[in-house]
Write a protein that binds this ligand. Structure first.
Ligand SMILES: [Fe+2]
Ligand SMILES: [Fe+2]
Length: 178
């Protein structure tokens, strides 16, 4: 039975090593390598969600909060599809496309709310959305052409979601209606 070590930081599975000192996937360094515990594949527990939706993400607008919650579910869906290893590449590609399309539609909803308000950070916010959409185009292209490893993509999506919603989206909380 293959022995697998799980990185305690990004949950990547590594085979064929005694212990992880530096995770080859996320590059986390373990000062105490015993933190990265060996487990057998049978005992491997894959978390069912990467982001747990809760009120730390609320911006106070019903439509936006529902869209952010849906986005959170779509990221978790992609995570489960990638981890299960039983889905076909076409299904995963459809999941990636659905998620990225959903984000673009969500951006347009937010941007429409800025029009006619005195929200002072509109330009900066649009730049953030533009940056994500550039990155999304590259992810879509890379996965379509070569079925790249999606674990780093998921890490990017989680980090982006948490930071953008909590730090950038919440900035307009007092400038748009409920
Ligand atoms: Fe948002
Ligand atoms: Fe936004």
């Amino acid at each position: 039975m293959a022995q697998v070590i799980v990185c305690q930081n990004c949950k990547s599975e590594v085979e064929g090593v005694e212990q992880i000192v530096r995770c080859p996937s996320c590059h986390a360094i373990f000062e105490d390598p015993s933190r990265a515990k060996p487990v057998t594949k049978e005992k491997l527990e894959i978390p069912t969600e990467l982001i747990h939706w809760d009120n730390r993400f609320l911006v106070g607008n019903k439509i936006i909060d529902e869209q952010h919650e849906q986005l959170c579910y779509l990221i978790n869906d992609l995570h489960r599809a990638v981890q299960s290893r039983t889905y076909r590449a076409n299904f995963i590609l459809d999941t990636v496309k659905a998620l990225l399309d959903y984000v673009s539609n969500h951006f347009r909803t937010e941007e429409a709310l800025f029009v006619g308000t005195s929200y002072p950070d509109t330009e900066l916010h649009l730049k953030e959305h533009h940056f994500f959409e550039e990155k999304a185009r590259a992810i879509r292209k890379d996965y379509t052409e070569a079925q790249i490893d999606l674990k780093p993509v998921l890490r990017f999506l989680v980090e982006w979601f948490v930071r953008h919603v909590q730090q950038v989206d919440r900035g307009y909380k007092n400038h748009i209606g409920k």
